[in-house]
Design a protein around this ligand. Structure first.
Ligand code: SIN
Length: 301
């Protein structure tokens, strides 16, 4: 008998897959729909203090093996997001993703997500193209320590930090999260990218820069989780280019206790979760793993 249940610290999940922030997660009904598709939890679109319209079109394009997006963190603001959370938390476990520019912003947002019933909060320290947010605050270990520390002292739900691969000091940033009391690290967000339209001699996205997601980023994500596992004791959540059970198994064997799926929800469909669950169960039966925890970090041995 194999079991897909897993724990990310104190967050117990019936299944190891979650919807990654940014996909089918801006409204209560879309979050609830995804919970019914075989995920253990859903992560909301990153929400900020004020309503934000995001970037003008074009803000999204397909590339071989994935997507490049610069949505610009569109969201209704944390106060209006209450109504979406009310619907979503009735359906299952919801991780509230938030973005801010300072420890104070993150603390306020985390407090609201806790009030709304989030099972954990995920700090977006990693959007690769938002001025003053995301990786602009998330690649400075001192700032990361300050943000995580401030959020930890203002909420009692677990605090996860989503990190960027666009740095050569990922392990230092991971250590900053752990030293400040962070409960888990999520890696990776998108890779900073650009697409140019030769006919117009200009970048395709209105924001010029965007973030690359999809199959092409998977080896970067797996390497990031592997590197983080060698220096951290807190749980890890792997994300980046998971399209099938083999991809999920790579992240688990690199050291992740759970994983998130984003781009494949768009290109395969929400059924990607049931396909991954089925494939993982069969693999675990065939190869003698009775639990997710028995596979975590297997590639380090
Ligand atoms: C966006 O809304 O532009 C993407 C958010 C992210 O990459 O974290």
């Amino acid at each position: 008998m194999v079991s897909l249940r897993t724990d990310v610290g104190t967050v117990a999940l019936d299944r190891p897959g979650m919807v990654a922030s940014g996909i089918m997660d801006e409204t209560g009904p879309s979050l609830a729909r995804m919970i019914e598709c075989g995920c253990g939890a859903v992560v909301t679109k990153s929400v900020g203090l004020e309503p934000n319209a995001g970037h003008a079109n074009p803000c999204f394009t397909e590339v071989p093996g994935g997507y490049v997006n610069a949505m610009g963190l569109p969201n209704p603001g944390i106060e209006l997001f209450a109504e979406e959370m009310e619907v979503a938390v009735k359906a299952g476990k919801v991780v509230g993703s938030i973005y801010g520019a300072s420890p104070e912003d993150f603390s306020k947002l985390a407090g609201r997500m806790e009030d709304y019933g989030a099972c954990a909060v995920e700090l977006n320290l990693s959007c690769p193209h938002a001025k003053g947010y995301g990786m602009e605050v998330g690649t400075d270990p001192a700032m990361v320590r300050a943000i995580v520390g401030a959020v930890k002292s203002s909420v009692s739900i677990p605090v996860w930090a989503k990190l960027t691969p666009n740095t050569h000091i990922l392990q230092d940033i991971g250590r900053a999260v752990q030293d400040a009391g962070g409960d888990a690290v999520v890696a990776i967000n998108t890779l900073k990218a650009m697409v140019i339209e030769p006919e117009f001699a200009r970048p395709l996205l209105s924001n010029r820069f965007g973030g690359l997601s999809g199959q092409g980023v998977r080896p970067v994500g797996v390497r990031a989780i592997y590197d983080l596992r060698t220096v951290l004791d807190i749980p890890l959540v792997g994300v980046g280019g998971i399209y099938d059970w083999r991809d999920a198994a790579q992240y688990i064997m690199a050291g992740a206790s759970a994983f998130q799926i984003g781009s494949a929800v768009g290109s395969v469909g929400p059924e990607v979760f049931s396909q991954v669950n089925k494939g993982l169960e069969e693999f675990m039966k065939d190869y003698g793993y009775d639990s997710i925890s028995s596979m975590v970090g297997a590639a380090h041995e």
